[in-house]
Ligand binder design. Sequence first.
Ligand SMILES: Nc1ncnc2c1ncn2[C@@H]1O[C@H](COP(=O)(O)OP(=O)(O)OP(=O)(O)O)[C@@H](O)[C@H]1O
Ligand SMILES: [Mg+2]
Length: 367
Amino acid sequence: MQVLRLRLQNFRNFPSLDWEPAPEVNIITGENAQGKTNLLEALFFGLTGRSFRTATERDVVRWGSAFCRVELEVAGTGRHALVVASLTSDGRKKLLVDGKAGRPVELCGEPVIFTPEHLWLVKGGPALRRRWLDLEICSLQPGYVRCLRRYQQVLAHRNRLLLGLRGREGGHEALEPWDRQLVELGARIIFWRRRLLAGFASLASQVYSAISAEKEVLSLAYLSSFPLENAREEEELRLLFLRELARRLPQELAWGQTLVGPHRDDVRFSINGRDARRYASLGQQRTTVLALKLAQLELAARLLNCYPLLLLDDVFSEIDERRREALLGYLAGKTQVFLTTSLERSALPPASGCIFEVRRSTITQGG
Ligand SMILES: Nc1ncnc2c1ncn2[C@@H]1O[C@H](COP(=O)(O)OP(=O)(O)OP(=O)(O)O)[C@@H](O)[C@H]1O
Ligand SMILES: [Mg+2]
């Protein structure tokens, strides 16, 4: 996927903009608060109709304006298209592909995006990693989202039952039908999560080695809340899950909640065998998230037969010069990339791509 031209009207701090980006790596420099991240957000909004920064979409309309409009001329798999996304300040949104209501992501998938907030994937709690994994699976596996929702419902119901049974004699047989459903859905969730992670693991560790100049090894592991004992098939996972529920029942009755299952699982990222959440430096954390995002790019490219757009917000902070250079080396010739940085031009790796500067809501080429 390539963006040939971007036109903006009243998007965030841009009253208007008309920009022809380069086909490969676009490095967008500029001081703080000039509109670099807003530009990435505009690209993302144009292609998806959503913002990656805010759930309140109306925030993207320029203050005091009645509407905003993002227009993109794009080249997808063998096809050119004009994509227009518009939103009024009272929340009415339109997405048009060549003048008709459509989904621009059908041209070549959703853009892959890195933002500094994604560093929470390494530093944050298990729920964030589970959510990341689930979102990745949802984009590849239709039907998974229904399975997840159903699991949450069954889990909530089972927890209510457990609370009701707390401190009472007997009545445990009421749990049985819920146990069966929990185990059925839970085993499927674990199966898909491990499968996706296996696909990610080798790609992410290759990318990590490339960026860290092969000094470090990244590995990914699924941490289950009960022993999986080399189980591979869903059926084996079901049996192990059921056995664990039976074993933990007294404890669950005491606590009034379900203590095992995919809602308690986690993913461990390790660098040279050590848990990244506990030991990774800032640069290593950033390299880890970057490796995950680039692995996602490669997986999407395999699935779609074309690379989606890659948006990297403030990616150079905290990584040293060698890693910056290695990252740009890795990206060269792959896909169109939009990378923002507030680094001075002189601090950028040499011959690193087409450099632009955003300054007070305008963009100029230079460097
Ligand atoms: N709806 C809006 N209308 C007008 N201006 C806005 C709107 N939303 C945000 N802004 C302004 O846009 C400016 C630029 O924001 P942006 O996040 O793109 O900066 P940046 O260049 O990425 O800076 P940094 O280097 O600090 O990340 C901010 O100062 C903000 O006040
Ligand atoms: Mg920014």
